[in-house]
Write a protein that binds this ligand. Sequence first.
Ligand SMILES: Cc1cc2nc3c(=O)[nH]c(=O)nc-3n(C[C@H](O)[C@H](O)[C@H](O)COP(=O)(O)OP(=O)(O)OC[C@H]3O[C@@H](n4cnc5c(N)ncnc54)[C@H](O)[C@@H]3O)c2cc1C
Length: 380
Amino acid sequence: MAFDFLDVSSEEGRALLREVGADAGALPVVVVFDGRVLRDPSGVEIAGALGIRTRPDPRPYDVTVMGAGPAGPAAAVYGVSEGLRTAVLEAEAIGGQAGTSSLIRNYLGFPRGIAGADLAQRAYEQAWLLGAEFVYGPRAVGLRADGEMRVVSLSDGSASISRAVVLATGVTYRRIGVPSLDALIGAGVFYGAAAPEAQAMAGEEVYVVGGANSAGQAALHLARYARQVTLLVRGSSLAATMSDYLVREVDAAADIVVRHGTEAVGGGEGRLTHLVVRDRGRGHTETVPAAGLFVLIGAEPHTQWLPDGVERDDAGYVLTGADRRGGAASASGGAHLFETTLPGVFAVGDVRHGSVKRVASAVGEGAVALRMVHDHLGQA
Ligand SMILES: Cc1cc2nc3c(=O)[nH]c(=O)nc-3n(C[C@H](O)[C@H](O)[C@H](O)COP(=O)(O)OP(=O)(O)OC[C@H]3O[C@@H](n4cnc5c(N)ncnc54)[C@H](O)[C@@H]3O)c2cc1C
């Protein structure tokens, strides 16, 4: 959808406001191609004005896919390819986490990388052209079984009714809240797992932020390649936040330095080359060379809205297949790798316990899960 931004202080911007009879009091003003003028609209209002569906069809779908990060549209592409009537529900923005990445370099088929927003747009278009119905805006707030149907209730009071549900609601990583560092995400600053970038850190100075197990594991993994890994920990000890065996391994590693009471407060431009670290006690800052900053200060899976019948691990990630506490057998009889403890409900991508947290794996899981949905619907 072609669009343009006009600054309200520009001559063009002022002229447009005059033309449509809007004042600068309720910005932003959105002027739609058919002449409608929206003042400080919500995302849902804009989507509605552009003709995008903001409520699911009341008639049942075959499958409802929750979330339009990489996993959701992948599931939808395979859903519609299998002849299933497929809805994709997204509360915030198509693309999910991947959509916020400035350059994804490790997704197959894009030798020079692809901007996350670009990938998201292509995925959306592909699923839409094949026949998936996207519903933008309302957030899923509940899920229940009603006989053979699965009902996802939405924040606007509507519901998506379908014979199967694929949960692809992903996670949110806690950010460190330093704008100059968040501007370098993908360009030396990484959230989540460190493994895919580790080899690129060979011989470099690398920093890891966090004091929990994920940070300890990342530091140990990075130390296999980097010249030195420095773990920046806000607290005065790791003992309260990291498992004992990891604390011992970190302490024993010659290439890992732990700096307590220290935080990252700034970095380079364009690409991370140095880091500004601050001693929280004394308040003084220092600039150090750094090729990588790995931030592992926790992630929140989007699963709070799910019923108890969809079993989760202690951190809230959805248990599927053999990870379910009941053992390896599928709730619906077969060996359904991605099925949850609620039959007919599957989970893929980052929201799933044990997932790899990468675009390619989320896409792959979405594709595989749809095969299982198909089998489930054949049985139902
Ligand atoms: C900044 C950044 C850079 C990254 N770079 C790379 C990279 O270079 N290479 C790589 O392989 N991976 C990268 N990743 C990881 C990758 O983006 C994720 O693994 C991937 O996006 C997971 O896909 P997903 O579909 O499972 O979940 P998500 O991408 O998290 O998408 C989930 C979607 O569900 C929606 N949702 C959540 N709850 C609800 C609800 N209740 N109702 C409706 N909708 C809901 C969310 O709004 C979101 O759009 C990066 C991640 C980040 C944050």
